[in-house]
Design a protein around this ligand. Structure first.
Ligand code: ATP
Ligand code: MG
Ligand code: FE
Length: 344
């Protein structure tokens, strides 16, 4: 079964072709980051319009590099939510229209389910059940992933997402948007121990996070001294260490609490080198393994949507796989509310 995946939930247009026998055949991505960086954040209306411009050329490109034709596609999976409503509508409407025109099934996919299953696209792949630390621009969650459709939220941020905290702190340090990567680059020149920042909720006794206070603590430090390049680097390092410490400790606590031995890191913050070093070292000491999918599967992409769609379609009874006659998007959508594919 050849599945076309369409991702348009935020500022990336991602298209992919996943074949249940042959694996991932191709995937294409267009990131709107350059366009939004001028405004210091994603502008929803600009995002939707740009998805409209990119989606068809990217589908053609994905088909071309997979050496496939439209008629080879057996099903369509598009991101149904959560995300920006206007942006989601672009992918959902093109997915539904193609499904109707080609008379093939279409399925709306939960964006976070895509992220949670994306590690299975990489080798070595984790095996069910595993713990997923999802650390992106919009989410910071620890989930227990037992099987497709079986997700248990163990903890999440009560305010800012980790990526959001990186971006806001980067802005305070005069770095561009999104600033996570630039901040971690700057932190390399930082001197350890120059500033001590709080570890929010480290001892809260649960698996929740809080990052908004950390950004305020950074602001207080900035306001207290003369800012040189060296001091900026020192602050960047202190901030990064604080975030990494909390993410690491809570991830290890999730492993201990569930007795599981595999941790998967998904989302853009998973690119952070200090986080990777720290997590891998501390997990190994507890004989646990950490999986880092390739970065192109960590951040938003079409492959994870095509893949999640393929797994769900395979688990569905034949009669339930139907062409779309209508579609909806869910800008907000709780992952735990998802139906499990084998539910009857
Ligand atoms: P969501 O999936 O929650 O809707 P998103 O798609 O915006 O959010 P991603 O694309 O997965 O999130 O990740 C982007 C985030 O990752 C940004 O906040 C960015 O600053 C952060 N990021 C990227 N590289 C690094 C790094 N090396 N260190 C820290 N943060 C990073
Ligand atoms: Mg993004
Ligand atoms: Fe995402």
């Amino acid at each position: 079964m050849l599945v076309l995946g369409i991702e348009t939930s935020c500022d990336e247009t991602g298209i992919a072709l996943f074949d249940t026998e042959r694996g991932l055949l191709s995937h294409t991505l267009y990131s709107q980051i350059a366009m939004h960086s001028e405004y210091g954040g994603v502008v929803p209306e600009l995002a939707s319009r740009d998805h409209i411009r990119r989606v068809l050329p990217l589908i053609r490109q994905a088909l071309h590099s997979a050496r496939c034709e439209l008629r080879d596609i057996n099903a369509i999976a598009y991101t149904q939510g959560p995300g920006l409503a206007g942006a989601l509508l672009v992918g959902a409407s093109i997915g539904a229209a193609m499904s109707f025109a080609l008379n093939i099934p279409a399925l709306g996919i939960h964006h976070l389910e895509g992220h949670l299953l994306s590690p299975l696209l990489s080798t070595p792949a984790p095996r069910f059940p595993f713990i997923a630390l999802l650390v992106s621009g919009g989410h910071t969650q620890l989930m227990q992933v037992d099987a497709v459709g079986h997700y248990k939220l163990l903890g999440e941020t009560v305010d800012d997402a980790a990526g959001e905290a990186f971006d806001k702190t980067a802005k305070l340090l005069g770095l561009g948007y999104p600033g996570g990567a630039a901040l971690s680059q700057l932190a390399r020149q930082g001197r350890p121990g120059k500033f001590k920042l709080p570890r929010p909720m480290l001892n809260s006794g649960d698996l929740n996070f809080s990052f908004s206070g950390l950004k305020t603590a950074v602001l207080t430090v900035i306001n207290k001294q003369e800012i040189t390049d060296q001091i900026r680097a020192d602050i960047a390092l202190a901030f990064q260490e604080a975030v990494v410490d909390v993410l690491t400790e809570k991830s290890l606590a999730a492993l201990a609490q569930t007795g599981l031995k595999q941790l998967v890191v998904a989302g853009g913050v998973g690119a952070n080198e200090q986080l990777r070093r720290n997590l891998s070292g501390k997990a190994a000491a507890k004989s646990a393994t950490v999986f880092y999918p390739e970065l192109e599967f960590c951040t938003d992409n079409g492959a994870m949507i095509a893949f999640a769609g393929a797994l769900r379609l395979q688990a569905m009874p034949e009669a339930a796989r139907q062409p779309a006659h209508s579609f909806t998007v869910n800008a907000r959508w709780n992952l735990e509310m998802l139906e499990t594919p084998e539910a009857d």
